[in-house]
Design a binder for this molecule. Sequence first.
Ligand SMILES: [Ca+2]
Ligand SMILES: [Ca+2]
Length: 224
Amino acid sequence: MASITVYNLEYLCGRSETFSTDVSNLFDTNFDEKVQSVHIPAGSTWMLYQKNGYQGQVKILGPGDYNTVRSLGLQNYSFSSLRPFPSATVPTVLLFKDSNYRGRMVVAHCKLSELATIGFNDAISSAIVLKSNWTFYEDADFKGTEVVLTPGRYPEPILFKDNVVSSIKPTDSSIIVYRHIITSAAARPSPVPCPTCPTMWCLHAGFRQVPPGCFTSKPTTRAQ
Ligand SMILES: [Ca+2]
Ligand SMILES: [Ca+2]
C-alpha cells in the first residue's frame, strides 16, 4: 500500500505522521504544522500540493528522503494536501478537473462512453497517461473531434481543448495515430511519406499543436 510520512522538522526529525490515502487538507489531520521534510518508501509515488483541495503548485515525488522542502524548490510555502499517484499494470489515465493536475482527480482504466456519469463531462483540463494510448472525444459515445494521447504528462489542454472531452477509451498502443484539429478544410494538409524514413509518415505545417517526430501510421485529419 502506498504511504508517505511527513515531518515538522527538516531531515526527517520532529513530529511525524504517516498517511496512506488522500489528504485534502493536512490541517484537518493530527499533523497541523508546516511540513519540513518528507519520506516516501520504495514503491510509492505521491502528488503533493501547495494548497488544500489539491490546488496551487504540485510536486510529483517518487521514493526517497526529501530532507528539506527548500531542496524541492519551495521557498515560502510547504504542502497542504497530498494524494497517492497510482501505479499502472493495466491501461490507466488520470483525469484532472483543473490544469497542472489540480482539483478533482479520476483514475480511469476502462472506456467511459459518458464522462457525465462520473460528473466529469466537459471538465478535463489536464491529464496523465500512464499505460496504453487513450483517445479523448469531444462528444459522448466516442464521437466528435478526437485525439490520441500517448503515455506522458499533459499539464495543459494542448492536444485537446479545455473542458470539452465527453468520452474516452484506451486504444491500441502499438499504432500511433494522431488526429489533429484543423480549423478549416482549406488549412488541412495532406500527410506525406517521410523523405528520410520510407516506412514513416511526416507531420507538416498546418497541423496544429503537433508533437515533433515521425509516425508509423498515416496521420488522419478531421475538419473541425
Ligand atoms: Ca476544467
Ligand atoms: Ca463535450
